[in-house]
Design a binder for this molecule. Structure first.
Ligand code: MF3
Ligand code: CO
Ligand code: CO
Length: 245
């Protein structure tokens, strides 16, 4: 959507604040031994305390309040009895709906003490997101974001899971345009003031190919470790407004 009125902007900011608070709470709970279902239940409680709902449940009947993916699981992991173990990376992908507005963000959180190589991968995803946001200004194109993100990730020796993308958002989770994290051939939409999108590099330590595993889960094809960083932003004439910070 394009946030064109103060009411729309206020609604989006409120949804973004719920997502940000949920991620802050969940980060504190991540430790060896906790189950992904326990993290999901905590997210559901934060949503409920704000009168918010799970976006994945509302839009897709996803079997969880949030998506929780571990290790080589890239996206759409279903919360369950799995216990997190020291050294793993857990991706908490949180999408909330509040009063008809959606916001979406993801953090990759280390479980206990993890290898320096894993922390570097997390840093690359976060920096890739920052680079993408830095070029996301009115008058630039959607493709400028993909070019910037890809250069950052590949410059650090990692791969972008190129089939997984960011997206427009606002009144639904997934709206136009598709926001690739890689360069795309051909014409690309121009970013306009008020446009609400996510930028979300999903990256792998190995190759960028992905495979489906069941109805929801997506893994890296080579089994390599993956990291994910995502924010929902509003395009302005300058730096974007980050709704989920
Ligand atoms: N948060 C996911 C994204 O960043 C959307 C999950 S919806 C689901 O696009 F139903 F696929 F889980
Ligand atoms: Co997301
Ligand atoms: Co998203």
């Amino acid at each position: 959507m394009s946030a064109d009125t103060p009411e729309e902007l206020a609604g989006l900011k409120a949804a973004g604040a719920v997502v940000a608070q949920t991620l802050r709470e969940l980060r504190k709970l991540v430790r060896p031994g906790i189950t992904t279902k326990e993290l999901d239940d905590a997210a559901a409680r934060v949503f409920a305390s704000h009168g918010a709902q799970s976006g994945p449940q509302l839009d897709y009947d996803f079997p969880g309040a949030i998506c929780i993916s571990v290790g080589d699981e890239a996206v759409h992991g279903i919360p369950g009895p799995r216990r997190l173990r020291e050294g793993e990376l857990v991706k908490l992908d949180v999408t909330a709906e509040l009063n008809g507005f959606y916001a979406d963000a993801c953090r990759t959180v280390p479980v206990g003490k993890v290898k320096p190589s894993a922390l570097k991968l997390v840093g690359a995803a976060e920096t890739g997101l920052k680079r993408g946001m830095a070029v996301a200004t009115a008058g630039a194109t959607v493709n400028d974001i993909g070019v910037a993100v890809q250069a950052e990730i590949e410059g650090r020796g990692y791969s972008v899971c190129y089939a997984l993308t960011g997206h427009g958002i606002g009144r639904r989770i997934h709206e136009e345009p598709t926001v690739y994290s890689t360069a795309q051939p051909g014409p690309s939409p121009t970013l306009t003031e008020g446009l609400v999108i996510t930028i979300e590099p999903i990256i792998a330590a190995g190759e960028g190919d992905i495979v489906e595993d069941g109805e929801w889960l997506v893994r890296t094809a080579d089994g390599s470790l993956s990291a994910h960083a995502e924010h929902t932003i509003v395009i302005t004439g300058g730096a974007p407004l980050v709704l989920t910070a």
